[in-house]
Design a protein around this ligand. Structure first.
Ligand code: C2E
Ligand code: CA
Ligand code: CA
Length: 886
């Protein structure tokens, strides 16, 4: 999975801008959560504030009403006190009016009501303002009090009301007194003065002590001056007319107000009431502090609670945001993953809307820009596809036959393949979801299919020639057999093997060899019909299956065409290369009904064809197989024969034709098989050559021959037959030199017999080896002349010393009239090329006579000497006189 590269930070981005962008991203991602948290906090603190305000209001209200109640109670108390004083004043003046002359204040002394200590003094002031009487003692009537307010008010105001003076601090007594005064009337009703009651103001507010509350109480006159105050008298005489309380009291009978001092203390809740019958207002001030202490506790508690909730909300909010952040982050990772998928992905919900798709989906399907956006209907996409004939129904039946069969085909999973106009193949897998939606993946399988095809091709074709390989051959042969079986027809299986291919590889290189194989394949292909099969099954082995064969002759004709076609020179980088082919043919159903049997039998036929020479075609025959099995057994035994000491060499003498003297001995290999007895070299030598034993065997014979000859007293030449494989493998000249050196045989006494086959197979290699051997001093003989190509070119080109006329010619001289001139010609040919000529297989005196007549150099045959075992030869040679050879 790959992620897109990190966003490139522009060089102008500062930490501040980065922080801002982070904040902005946080805000856009989490604005809902942040708004929620803020809202909760606002609500919480709103509730806290409202609660506190309500609580405070309530407390204040309670205080106010308490103050009002207390003020009410105080009003009554004060009213009663004033009433009592007023009664005394009215009693005194009534007494005066009844009897001005006899009026005396002495009764005060006897009246308990006057002696309760509240009253400081009771006095009578006459109409002129002079103190006439006082209960404290006699007066001389000279003390003028006419300037006093409590006198003047009664003098000047007509109304008969109780007057209450401002408090006055007695100069002598140092006590505060308030004067309560009333007009005094003469019996005729005229103004006769004023009766005064000096009263300690303490008593007016005395019951304050009974009312247990924290606060104070004052009595205000209508002028706003404090007449009495409790619990202490510091306020006495103060003018409150310009204070809020003074103004409020002047304005209304009763009311409440809050007094907040500037020093920051809690202040007071004040309630006041004006007395109904007297010009006095009672004001009760309740201290807020003790009550507010409760409120403060409540305030702290509520704020603490609010803070707690705030903390909780913040923590929960943080967790919420963190959770969402993680979810978003994982979403982001998922989105990247999906976006970077190599597959196209499409999710459609149950309403047919595209709930998810990646860009790969759009590009794979080649959808136009703007189509198939997330959240849109899928229907237009399907229509678009249908219009182009590309529709692979998403929810319908599985389309196409692609996709795995069997257990992999799950329920709800559909497969489809889509061939796009550009040749790409897209595999579509659709899974239906339980809720009615679906998920589809789109995979570009073009490369996979191509690779599969390629692998399939490689697995069934030969890499070099692109012909069918053995696997495909078997497959197609099986099909062709089935077809032929039904139609009652035949097939021909032709096994081909190139001859002389190996030297091309060795001399011109493998590239040239490959080129020859390619051209061979091309030629074979050119000869095939569509129903035929051409395969390469080995290095230079091909199989050609000819179909629709009615007669064996058809196959023979094809084989002939192939032989001719392959025999044409190949042009390999400027060289003309000559190759030919041997062909073995097996016919279906005659030669086999299975692929294996047909191929094996065609191969057997090929083997026989090769044995018969180059460019030969052979049909399979049942006895071939028997022979081949026999050959297999022989090969098996051969492998153990040398180790078991079953081989021996025998020596056949060669005589000078005219003198009948032995000139040389030819070494012939003998195999004494423990069961079969004597096995002819003509039977086992070809097998040894093919199974690779000939090299060892040939070296062994050469060693035995040289060792034996070296031991002879007479210096006879020893002739050893060589197989072509001894030339083709290993370094024959140095091997021969080594054996000569080891055995001590002079090179001049060794003659090597070679057949024409060697010269045909690898003329250049043979020539080089022969020259090297000649350089050692070894002689060379061309064996069995006349049976092969008998080309004069060989005789001229190769450095032979001797020519051996094949036995068949010698024996034919007695039966066939034409044989004699041939033998004559060969002898003449040898003579002209300066070669000695030996006639093989001389069995009769007539043959010998003829050869003598034709002036043949040497003769060899049963007539004069059969091959004899080594020991016997040694014995007979020991009896012969020692000779020195010329
Ligand atoms: P070849 O080189 O032509 O050897 C001569 C064959 O003729 C021998 O057969 C010999 O026994 C046989 N022969 C000789 N005189 C007469 C006769 O008057 N009448 C008849 N009917 N046959 C006669 P042999 O030993 O069976 O060998 C057969 C072939 O096997 C040889 O033909 C040679 O090509 C091959 N061969 C034998 N020994 C060796 C060997 O050591 N190395 C190789 N490479 N080939 C060998
Ligand atoms: Ca020979
Ligand atoms: Ca021979």
């Amino acid at each position: 999975m790959s992620y897109p590269p990190p966003a490139v930070v522009s060089p102008r981005a500062t930490p501040l801008a980065a922080a801002r962008s982070v904040l902005f991203r946080s805000w856009t991602s989490f604005r809902f959560e942040i708004a929620l948290i803020l809202t909760i906090l606002v609500v919480v603190w709103g509730a806290v504030g409202a609660h506190l305000v309500v609580e405070r209001r309530e407390i204040e209200e309670n205080v106010r009403s308490a103050a009002l109640n207390i003020a009410g109670a105080a009003e009554q108390g004060v009213a009663r006190t004033i009433e009592a004083i007023d009664q005394r004043l009215r009693f005194a003046r009534d007494a005066y009016r009844r009897d001005p002359q006899g009026f005396s204040l002495d009764f005060v002394a006897t009246d308990n009501g006057y002696n309760d200590g509240m009253m400081a003094q009771l006095a009578l002031i006459d109409a002129r303002g002079r103190l006439r009487q006082t209960n404290l003692g006699p007066t001389n009537g000279t003390l003028d009090l006419s300037d006093r307010a409590h006198f003047r008010v009664h003098l000047e105001e007509p109304a008969d009301t109780l007057f209450i003076s401002r408090p006055v601090l007695g100069r002598v007594s140092n006590r505060w007194t308030v004067q309560f005064t009333r007009k005094v009337f003469a019996p005729d009703g005229s103004f006769a003065g004023v009766v005064v009651c000096s009263f300690d103001p303490y008593w007016m507010t005395q019951f304050h002590e009974l009312l247990d509350f924290s606060g104070n109480m004052i009595l205000l006159g209508q002028d706003g001056i404090v007449r009495a105050a409790a619990p202490d008298g510091t306020m006495l005489g103060h003018d409150l007319s310009e204070t809020p309380l003074g103004r409020a009291a002047a304005a209304t009978d009763h009311g409440s107000l809050r007094i907040t001092p500037t020093d920051g203390s809690q202040g007071q809740a004040v309630s006041f009431r004006r007395l109904r019958n007297y010009p006095v207002t009672v004001a009760v001030g309740m201290d807020m502090a003790p009550l507010m202490a409760n409120f403060d506790a409540l305030f702290s508690l509520t704020v603490a609670l609010g803070s707690g909730i705030t903390l909780l909300v913040l923590v929960v909010g943080f967790l919420l945001i963190r959770h969402k952040h993680r979810v978003l982050a994982s979403h982001e990772v998922l989105r990247h993953a999906i976006e970077n998928l190599d597959q196209g992905l499409l999710m459609v919900d149950r309403h047919g809307r595209i709930s998810l798709r990646n860009t790969r989906y759009v590009t794979l399907l080649g959808l136009p820009q703007g189509m198939a956006e997330t959240g849109e209907d899928h229907a237009p996409v399907a229509e678009w596809q249908a219009a182009r004939g590309e529709l692979c129904p998403l929810g319908a039946e599985p389309c196409g036959q692609a996709g795995p069969a069997g257990p992999e085909r799950e329920a709800g999973l559909r497969f489809g393949e889509l061939l796009r106009p550009d040749g790409t193949v897209i595999e579509i897998r659709t899974r239906m979801l339980a809720d009615g939606g679906l998920v589809s993946t789109y995979t570009d399988i073009t490369d996979r299919l191509r690779a599969q095809e390629r692998i399939q091709h490689l697995a069934h074709h030969d890499g070099l020639t692109d012909l069918a390989n053995r696997i495909l051959l078997k497959e197609r042969l099986m099909q062709a057999m089935a077809l032929a079986e039904r139609g009652g027809g035949r097939l021909a299986v032709l096994c081909l093997d190139l001859n002389r291919f190996k030297p091309v590889n060795d001399t011109l290189g493998h590239a040239a060899g490959d080129e020859v194989l390619r051209q061979t394949a091309e030629r074979l292909r050119g000869l095939s019909r569509t129903s035929d099969i051409v395969a390469r099954v080995g290095g230079d082995e091909f199989v050609f299956v000819q179909t629709a064969v009615s007669r064996a002759a058809d196959a023979a004709a094809l084989a002939e065409r192939i032989v001719v076609r392959i025999a044409r020179p190949f042009d390999v980088s400027g060289y003309a290369v000559n190759i030919d082919t041997s062909i073995g043919i097996a016919i279906f159903p005659d030669d086999g009904r299975t692929v294996e049997a047909l191929l094996k039998n065609a191969d057997t036929a090929l083997y026989r064809a090769k044995a018969a020479g180059r460019g030969v075609t052979r049909f399979f025959e049942a006895e071939m197989e028997v022979r081949l099995r026999e050959r297999g057994l022989l090969e098996h035994d051969l492998r153990h024969a040398l180790g078991n000491g079953e081989f021996a060499v025998s020596f056949q003498p060669v005589y000078a034709c005219h003198t009948r003297e032995v000139v040389s001995y030819e070494v012939l290999l003998r195999w004494e098989h423990p069961v079969r007895g004597q096995v002819s070299p003509a039977d086992f030598i070809p097998v040894a050559e093919e199974c690779g034993l000939m090299l060892v065997l040939g070296r062994w014979v050469l060693e035995q021959a040289c060792k034996a000859a070296a031991a002879w007293m007479q210096p006879y030449v020893v002739a050893v037959n060589l197989s072509p494989v001894q030339f083709q493998h290993g370094d024959l000249p140095s091997e021969v030199a080594g054996i000569l050196a080891r055995t001590g045989l002079p090179a001049g006494r060794l003659e090597l017999e070679i057949t024409e086959g060697l010269l045909i197979e690898d003329a250049e290699g043979a020539l080089a080896a022969m020259r090297a051997l000649k350089a050692l001093g070894v002689r060379l003989a061309l064996d069995d002349f006349g049976t092969g190509y008998s080309s004069l070119v060989y005789l001229r080109r190769f450095p032979f010393d001797r020519l051996k006329i094949a036995r068949s010619f010698i024996q034919a001289t007695e039966l066939d009239g034409s044989a004699r001139p041939i033998v004559n010609a060969i002898i003449a040919l040898g003579r002209s090329l300066n070669l000695r000529v030996t006639a093989e297989g001389v069995e009769t005196e007539q043959q010998l006579a003829l050869l003598r007549e034709l002036d043949c150099d040497e003769v060899q045959g049963f007539l004069l000497g059969r091959p004899i075992p080594e020991e016997r030869l040694r014995e007979s040679l020991a009896g012969e006189p020692r000779r020195q050879r010329a």
